[in-house]
Design a binder for this molecule. Sequence first.
Ligand SMILES: C[S@@+](CC[C@H](N)C(=O)[O-])C[C@H]1O[C@@H](n2cnc3c(N)ncnc32)[C@H](O)[C@@H]1O
Length: 254
Amino acid sequence: MSDPLRPRASLRTAVVWDVLKDALDRRVKASGRDTLDVLDTGGGTGNFAVPVARLGHRVTVVDPSPNALFALERRAAEAGVADRVRGVQGDILGLFEVEGVEHGGYDAVLCHGVLEYVEDPAEGVRNAVDALRPAGALSLLAAGLGGAVLARALAGHFNEARQALTDPAGRWGDGDPVPRRFTAEQLGELLGAAGLKVGSVQGVRVFADLVPGVLVDTEPGAMEALLKLEAAAAELPAFHSVATQLHVLGEKQG
Ligand SMILES: C[S@@+](CC[C@H](N)C(=O)[O-])C[C@H]1O[C@@H](n2cnc3c(N)ncnc32)[C@H](O)[C@@H]1O
């Protein structure tokens, strides 16, 4: 889904998209169905939902924001996939109260950039897992603790970096816009507690937020080289502890 008009956006999405697309392709092969049912919890304006629908899958987006859902509808129409994208207002913590969302109803569930904002992340993950069919895949993306610590330190905010390290929610102070951050171990534990096996972990935006934008935007070929570097580092556990975001792919038993 790399968008040549929005190269910076692909820095945020490329690693996750590659892993997600692979998981969906594997489900298509294993299930023998070309069209999968996908639930995108907190799917917002459709950064992932619309490209997933373009692969031919049916996507339900549950999000509390009417504005995001409005933008999603417009974006799906522009992409020609309005018939495969359904946006519905709701909360991951009350997932099964949302109209049409069923226990065990989906081949894949996405939960990208949502756990940071919910009161009870464990309940959010349990609901996401509960929505999966047997052998279904959960794609979980959340803010990483180490990346925030590193970013604050490199910006010269050493006290804030230390505060994030010691704060139970990984926040660097009152002005921190992110309510909660996670380590790869914590995300693995959340998945394990919900009965899911961790398939793979990727560090997302290991370098992208640390390098000066001017280097990436003006040097010929720099963006492409950075994307390749991010892809090469994503799977390496050594880099998970400094990534801005962590992506975990979990698989339900078949
Ligand atoms: C950072 S955006 C991520 C959007 C999209 N998943 C993506 O990766 O581009 C977070 C989204 O989570 C939604 N959100 C916040 N709290 C939520 C909750 N309790 N349940 C479901 N979605 C929630 C917000 O409305 C917003 O659309």
